[in-house]
Write a protein that binds this ligand. Structure first.
Ligand SMILES: [Zn+2]
Length: 278
């Protein structure tokens, strides 16, 4: 099938050269101030013109704020209008990023956690801090439920780094055990498991039945964590999201569709400090 092209063909006549009209230079600071006045939250704003931009594009970048790309010569009123129209999205994204410990303002980070909770497995550790004159941080276990972070404990990225490694290690081991157990329960075998730290996926499964799990699943309530394990195990039979796939998931997780909707909004279970790790 071909697609009808209803747009008029460009004229093929001789191109008349128009006299170049001089535009005043782009006032980036003025545009940024105008944009900032329309924002639902205070945050840094940068506005750029782009010759290829057809619309106003807004991006919220942790540590940088709002970055606006707009077509060359867009009237200021249109810019303000475009930002006003996305106000709700800006506020919601601002809140989500702040909750994830990835605030839009530079220099602001989540506080150091006083404990680590791997909710899915009911495991908890208290965390104490000791400032020592050294680069980076060191994590040591002081007991079965107590951790000590020592070193540059005011460097949130360093603190979050060692805590992330700990959670990835412990959470990963618990997830692998849980996967083996759920595989037995459901009778869905797999060929291997890897623990990863993807930003956007909870898990995945290859055609050969190898399952990858995001260690942050350990921060979710068990029913959501288990749903992901079952989901990936079902992919060893159905490598797609067809009705047959969901029927198989439903066999092992009654009400899986409603639970899956909760999973889509489950990022708020992740601790705020996690985003500070680099
Ligand atoms: Zn899937």
């Amino acid at each position: 099938m071909t697609r009808a092209n209803t747009s008029p063909k460009p004229s093929s006549g001789p191109v008349r050269e128009r006299p170049a009209r001089r535009r005043p230079p782009f006032d980036a600071a003025g545009a940024a101030a105008l944009a900032a006045a329309r924002l639902p939250r205070p945050m840094p704003v940068a506005v750029r013109e782009n010759a290829r931009a057809k619309n106003v594009v807004l991006r919220l970048i942790p540590g940088q704020g709002l970055v606006v790309t707009m077509p060359v010569g867009l009237p200021p009123a249109r810019l303000a209008e475009a930002i006003g129209a996305r106000s709700e999205w800006i506020a919601a994204t601002w809140d989500r990023l702040a909750a994830e410990g990835r605030p839009l303002e530079p220099g602001l980070t989540a506080p150091r956690p006083e404990n680590i909770v791997l909710t899915a497995f009911g495991r908890q550790w208290d965390v104490a801090y000791a400032a020592r004159d050294r680069d980076g941080c060191l994590l040591t276990a002081r007991g079965p439920r107590s951790l000590l972070v020592s070193g540059a404990v005011d460097d949130m990225a360093a603190v979050a780094g060692v805590l992330t490694l700990f959670c990835r290690d412990r959470g990963g081991a618990l997830l692998k055990e849980a996967l083996a157990q759920v595989s037995q329960e459901t009778g869905l075998p797999y060929t291997g498991a890897t623990i990863r730290a993807q930003r956007t996926r909870w898990g995945s499964c290859t055609a050969r039945g190898r399952i990858s799990l995001n260690f942050t699943l350990a921060f979710l309530p068990w029913e959501l964590c288990r749903l992901v394990l079952v989901h990936e195990l079902c992919h060893t039979r159905e490598l797609n999201h067809s009705a047959r796939f969901w029927a198989l998931v439903e066999e092992h997780v009654p009400g899986c569709r409603e639970l899956d909707a909760k999973l889509a909004a489950a990022r708020h279970y992740l601790p705020a400090w996690l985003g500070a790790a680099r």
